[in-house]
Design a binder for this molecule. Structure first.
Ligand code: COA
Length: 189
């Protein structure tokens, strides 16, 4: 049997990507960011890192997911992660998140943190598989419905435990997409 694998690429988000990213965002988040927020983030090149995941189809390239991160001192804060609604739970989110972790190494961060809605079990499961732990809860953090935020942190991203979890995810990705590890620039010990 000949298996045709999808060609995927993680690339820096460009201003021209923002309309598509916002279309995806509006369909997956109850409170999408304000219109200009992405342009502002993309202009903050020193502390912000935003990426898109594209797939190549015979009819052209399209964005399937995206993510972003802010660096503050030793900490990298994941600001957003999203995968097109009709393409969720096929492994794309794992790729976007692995690329953000890679960006955290590249930015010189030591820890990664994020907030997630208490009801968002799917996302939490993904973060836990990357070794993130629940360390707190912000009461009524989300203003649209008063939902609590769960605060999650990585161990030091240089700890053996964190590296092991990342490695397991990279292997999982590799099993799906040959060659992806190269483009993610896997961090050696
Ligand atoms: C959360 C999100 C980014 C994950 O991306 P995804 O492509 O759907 O996830 P993946 O297929 O890469 O799965 C990674 C892991 O996430 C969890 N997960 C994701 N979707 C899931 C689903 N529908 N049901 C159960 N688990 C799910 C699983 O643990 C999964 O691992 P598994 O394959 O071993 O089951 C995506 O579902 C999304 O965009 N959701 C809406 C926006 C959002 O909630 N963003 C996060 C805000 S903090």
């Amino acid at each position: 049997m000949v298996q045709v694998r999808e060609r995927l690429a993680v690339e820096p988000m460009r201003e021209s990507d923002v309309p598509v990213v916002q279309d995806i965002e509006r369909s997956i988040f109850s409170t999408p960011w304000p219109r200009n927020a992405y342009y502002r983030e993309l202009a903050s090149r020193n502390s912000a890192h935003y990426i898109v995941l594209r797939r190549e189809l015979p009819e052209g390239r399209e964005i399937v997911g995206y993510g972003g991160m802010w660096r503050m001192y030793d900490e990298a804060h994941v600001t957003t992660v999203g995968v097109r609604r009709d393409l969720q739970h096929r492994g794309y989110g794992r790729i976007v998140f692995a690329a953000l972790i890679q960006a955290a190494y590249d930015m010189g961060a030591k820890w990664v943190t994020l907030e997630v809605r208490v009801s968002n079990e799917n996302a939490m499961r993904m973060y836990e598989a990357f070794g993130f732990k629940v360390i707190g809860r912000r009461k009524g953090y989300y203003t649209d419905n008063g939902e609590d935020a769960i605060v999650m942190w990585s161990d030091s991203i240089y700890s053996p435990r964190f590296r092991q979890a990342l490695e397991a995810n990279l292997q999982r990705i590799e099993a799906d997409v040959r060659g992806l590890r190269r483009s993610l620039g896997h961090q050696g010990a």
